[in-house]
Design a protein around this ligand. Structure first.
Ligand code: URA
Ligand code: SF4
Length: 211
C-alpha cells in the first residue's frame, strides 16, 4: 500500500518535509483538495498542538487553523496565556477531506483509519524534528492516532500521557467541537479547552524546574 512514507525526504528538516509533503500522493485525499496543508510554527517549539485535518478555509489558504475553529483556538490560547507564535500547530491528516453540500458548500468529512495511517509518517517526522516536550491532541482523531486507538475524550480529556515520541501528551476538545456544542454547554466547553491548554503550558514550566 502506498502511504506518505513513500514520499518522505532523506533530509527531515521542516522546509524539506514541507516541500516533499506538497507532492504527497500517499492516499486519495489529495485528489479533491486544493493543496497540502503542512504544519506551521517554531521549529524548536516546546509545545505542539495537533488537530484532525485542514478545513475549508485552511485548504484554500494552505495554513492550519485559520478558519472559524482556528479563531476559537486563538482565543483559547490567548486565555491560557500561550502565544501562538511560540507553538507548532499541525494536523494528523494534511489534505482536506470533504463531501459536497448545498450550494457548492464543502462539508467536513472525517478521515478514516486508512487515511490517518497513510498520513501519519508526516506527523511523526514533524514530531521527531521539532521534538516538543508537550503535545496537545485537539480532538479524538489526534488523540486516537497518538495516544490510544480507542481513547474516549469524555473519559480522558485533560489527562497527561507519555509515549516514545513525546514525554507528555494530552487529549483535549477540538475547537470545532466547542463551536458545535449546544449554546447552553458552549461556555463550559470553551473553559475546559482553556483549562487543558493552561495545564499543558504549566507542564512545560514544571518540567523546566527539574534538574
Ligand atoms: N480543524 C483542524 O483539525 N485543523 C485545522 O487546521 C482546522 C480545523
Ligand atoms: Fe499524503 Fe496525507 Fe495528503 Fe494522503 S492526506 S495524500 S497521505 S499528505
Amino acid at each position: 500500500m502506498t502511504t506518505a512514507a513513500d514520499f518522505l525526504p532523506l533530509d527531515t528538516g521542516l522546509p524539506s518535509l514541507r516541500a516533499s509533503a506538497d507532492h504527497c500522493r500517499g492516499c486519495a485525499l489529495h485528489e479533491h483538495a486544493t493543496q497540502t496543508v503542512f504544519g506551521q510554527g517554531r521549529a524548536d517549539a516546546e509545545l505542539m498542538l495537533v488537530g484532525e485535518q485542514p478545513g475549508n478555509v485552511e485548504d484554500r489558504r494552505g495554513t492550519p487553523f485559520v478558519g472559524p475553529a482556528g479563531q476559537l483556538l486563538d482565543q483559547a490560547l490567548d486565555d491560557a496565556g500561550i502565544r501562538r507564535g511560540d507553538v507548532y500547530l499541525t494536523n494528523v491528516v494534511k489534505h482536506f477531506k470533504w463531501r459536497p453540500g448545498r450550494q457548492g458548500m464543502r462539508l467536513h468529512a472525517t478521515p478514516n483509519t486508512t487515511e490517518v495511517l497513510s498520513c501519519l509518517p508526516w506527523l511523526k517526522a514533524e514530531i521527531e524534528t521539532v521534538r516538543p516536550r508537550v503535545l496537545v491532541c485537539l480532538g479524538r482523531t489526534a488523540a486516537r492516532a497518538l495516544i490510544h486507538p480507542s481513547l474516549s475524550l469524555a473519559q480522558y480529556r485533560g489527562t497527561l500521557f507519555t509515549s516514545q515520541l513525546v514525554p507528555h501528551l494530552m487529549p483535549t476538545l477540538h475547537p470545532a467541537a466547542v463551536l458545535r456544542a449546544p449554546p447552553a454547554l458552549r461556555e463550559s466547553a470553551f473553559a475546559d479547552l482553556v483549562h487543558d491548554l493552561a495545564t499543558a503550558a504549566d507542564t512545560l514550566t514544571q518540567d523546566q524546574d527539574l534538574p
